[in-house]
Design a protein around this ligand. Structure first.
Ligand code: ADP
Ligand code: MG
Length: 511
């Protein structure tokens, strides 16, 4: 093969430019081996690439950055200086404010004298409304309406600072996205809505207070015993009873009243002592408002008097449970058919279950008894009321056909948390109310032997109050209560009991 002549481009060009000029350089012929050399081919390619894509950049050219902005405009310079001045003024103001307020809980605010609204001032102090506490930083550059860090956009006359009303308005609207999810902000964001700072601040405050309110409500709900369920703390206490073996299992709730929720449970054992096979767990409701109107039962009960004033409402509810336990124990001792106390844990009272196979005994209100049974029931109730008053020194204070169960051919008394001693400042009034309920019920169901409320009151209490009408009867009852109170005031202790002999002039001998 022949040798190939290789010339450089310029050289070739020059040859073409001066066709008559002597060719100044002619590439010396090279061997075929050189032409085929890889090294040479690479070199040639690099040369060609360098011509097409020059890699050297002139470092002397100005870089395009935010710092070398056009500062030629006088207006812009003036605005920048003003902003700097405002910022300094605000910092000074903040210092003054701090000095003035010191550690005082009551503080004054110079907020209204600020030049740069804290809202737009990313350096704002910690004492102000915390705008950064949402999950998104409103100053994040990816927000559509934020201005650059330098605080303004545009040039010359078209400069727009971050204080611009429209920009602020848009920014506020965008920030509505940061509100809690439950706050309905509508679709204003898509409508180029502009919220003024004032409106946005008010909205934000409202949003916060709503959140706090709903948190409070939620907490309240959690701490109360709901219709069917109980709160977590109560559940834990109940679970502990099962864990300790006191109860074998807790079945469903079979009664939800205003003041309690009652569950059925299978009894276990306490320190090798068997617990009744079927138990009732009475959980006193911890929603306090139900108990508000019951204050009078416990407040004036001398057994709880000293403690009452020192207790918080939650503890008062535990006292209801405790009261029921003590009262049941007294009744048990006197042989009155009633639930037997198993254990008391805070506001949870476990007692024997009146009923069978998880079916609670019916209330006297619910059951249809034969007239003979009803008559027996009446005499039994009369006897129980007398025992309660005379042996247990108690007045039921909520006795009615709703709190008397019919089980195994006899009446059982339940629900004695509110029961008081007869010398309670309203004890006799409560007794009279009980008598009225009992008397009216048995008369209604056809027990002809049933005494009227006045006779029943005297039969239970052993007092001999005679009066021509109800008003007079109650007046005498109140007079007795008053005398007892005076006795307490004078002697510093309660009167032992009501006896007709003690109250001579008030009693008219009815016999
Ligand atoms: P409340 O103060 O809410 O009326 P109660 O003590 O009267 O509370 O109990 C509510 C209901 O639960 C009663 O009407 C009764 O049906 C049932 N109950 C309560 N204790 C027992 C128990 N020991 N055995 C069976 N049922 C009971
Ligand atoms: Mg009841």
């Amino acid at each position: 093969m022949d040798q190939v002549g290789i010339t450089v481009k310029e050289e070739t060009d020059s040859v073409w430019k001066s066709p008559w000029g002597a060719p100044n350089k002619v590439m010396s012929p090279c061997s075929l081996a050189d032409v085929m050399s890889e090294q040479l081919a690479k070199q040639l390619q690099l040369d060609e690439e360098n011509v097409g894509f020059p890699s050297n950049v002139d470092v002397n050219e100005p870089l395009i950055t935010g710092d070398n902005i056009d500062t030629a405009s006088d207006l812009m310079l003036a605005q920048m200086m003003q902003m700097e001045f405002d910022r300094e003024f605000d910092t000074q103001l903040r210092r003054e404010e701090k000095k003035f307020n010191g550690e005082s809980k009551v503080s004054v605010s110079f907020e209204n004298y600020r030049m740069v609204h804290p809202y737009d001032d990313s350096d704002s102090s910690e004492g102000e409304v915390d705008w950064q506490d949402t999950c998104h930083d409103p100053y994040r550059p990816d927000k559509p309406t934020t201005t650059p860090k330098k605080g303004f956009v545009g040039k010359g006359k078209n400069i727009t600072t971050k204080h611009d009303e429209v920009v602020c308005g848009r920014k506020n609207t965008a920030r509505m996205d940061n509100f809690a999810p439950e706050v309905q902000v509508g679709d204003g964001v898509g409508m180029d809505l502009k919220l003024s700072n004032q409106v946005f601040n008010a909205l934000k405050q409202h949003c916060y207070s709503e959140q706090r309110r709903s948190a409070r409500l939620h907490e309240k709900k959690e701490h109360s015993t709901a219709e069917q369920a109980v709160d977590p703390k109560t559940r834990l206490l109940m679970y502990k009873m099962v864990n300790a073996g006191t109860l074998e299992a807790i079945n469903g709730c079979f009664s939800t009243g205003k003041e309690s929720v009652v569950f059925h449970a299978k009894g276990g054992s306490i320190e090798d002592q068997a617990v009744p096979e079927e138990c009732a767990i009475k959980v006193f409701k911890t929603t306090l408002n139900e108990f508000k109107n019951r204050d009078k039962y416990i407040k004036d009960d001398y057994r709880f008097k000293d403690r009452f004033s020192k207790l918080n409402p939650r503890k008062i509810i535990r006292m209801w449970a405790e009261k029921e336990m003590h009262n049941l124990a007294r009744m048990q001792k006197a042989g009155i058919p009633c639930p037997e106390v198993v254990i008391l844990k805070k506001h949870i009272l476990v007692m024997s279950f009146i009923g069978e196979k998880q079916v609670p005994a019916p209330k006297l209100k619910e059951i249809k008894l034969s007239s003979e049974d009803m008559k027996q029931a009446y005499y039994q109730v009369l006897h129980m009321m007398q025992q309660l008053y005379q042996e247990c020194n108690l007045v039921h204070a909520d006795l009615s056909e709703y709190n008397m169960l019919w089980h195994n051919g006899k009446v059982w008394l339940i629900d004695v948390s509110q029961s008081v001693e007869p010398t309670h400042p309203h004890g006799l009034e409560f007794l009279f109310r009980d008598c009225r309920n009992v008397s009216l019920f048995f008369q209604k169901v056809g027990v002809s032997e049933a005494m009227n409320e006045y006779e029943l009151f005297n039969a239970v209490s052993g007092l001999n109050i005679t009066a021509d009408n109800e008003g007079e009867f109650i007046a005498q009852i109140e007079a007795l209560e008053k005398m007892n109170e005076d006795h307490v005031q004078k002697r510093g202790k309660k009167a032992p009991s009501y006896h007709s002999d003690d109250w001579g002039p008030l009693m008219k001998n009815s016999g």
